[in-house]
Unconditional design. Structure first.
Length: 224
């Protein structure tokens, strides 16, 4: 992957280049700048360059830095991309504009209750354990239709599907599988999103249908 003096410009250029063979419009790809563990002073330069969609892994960390940043940049869109504990559902619904890791029936219940209480519907991606890894979050592929049905019955807006492929394995087959699962469950690109692709593989993800890519290291550098 090429690197430039301005990482944000480079990532945007890489996304645009990946769109060409897939005959896609770069404007249809949402770049989520993953700002987890990054202090506010590292985030502000991206905000000043016009980046408005950011991703955080933990509710508590986001609560500590984003209220002040949002006062200065009220049009920011904040995505929760990490695992969600059911006891944090109310705080997540209050703070985030989108949740990427809805992966179990108990979380459907907790989020629906929180959304009803807040009178606010927050779109949620359903995370699929695409590589069937025991240690990784996400619902089993076989459980996906039922979980989609449960979320819709609870009046949770289903934004699409999300996955994190196994580490150190070619990701393309897993991205293609997620796209197929979306289509098979009525969540194709026209009616639902695909949250897939990170710093090491977001270009591949774009070519295979990603609508949301979650990029941290390529924008901020390696984390401490």
């Amino acid at each position: 992957m090429e690197m430039a003096d301005n990482p944000l410009d480079q990532v945007r250029a890489n996304i645009a280049r990946a769109c060409k063979p897939a005959r896609r419009d770069p404007a249809d790809i949402t770049l989520i700048a993953v700002s987890k563990t990054q202090p506010a002073e590292r985030i502000v330069p991206l905000l000043e360059q016009g980046q408005r969609v950011f991703g955080e892994n933990r509710v508590q960390e986001a609560q500590g830095k984003w209220p002040a940043l949002r006062e200065a940049y009220p049009d920011v869109e904040l995505h929760l991309i990490g695992q969600v504990q059911s006891n944090k559902a109310e705080e997540a619904v209050a703070l985030f504009d989108c949740i990427h890791a809805l992966d179990r029936a108990s979380l459907v219940t907790a989020l629906a209750k929180a959304m009803n209480k807040a009178e606010r519907r927050v779109p949620c991606f359903i995370q699929v354990n695409i590589g069937e890894e025991e240690q990784k979050g996400g619902c089993a592929i076989g459980d996906l239709p039922q979980l989609i049905e449960q979320a819709r019955a609870a009046n949770i807006p289903v934004a699409g599907l999300m996955c994190i492929p196994p580490f150190d394995i070619e990701p393309a087959p897993f991205f293609a599988l997620l796209a197929k699962l979306a289509a098979d469950n009525g969540l194709d690109r026209d009616s639902g999103g695909l949250s897939m692709g990170m710093s090491s593989d977001y270009e591949t993800a774009v070519m295979l249908g990603a609508t949301h890519v979650r990029v941290g290291t390529a924008l901020f550098g390696d984390r401490a």
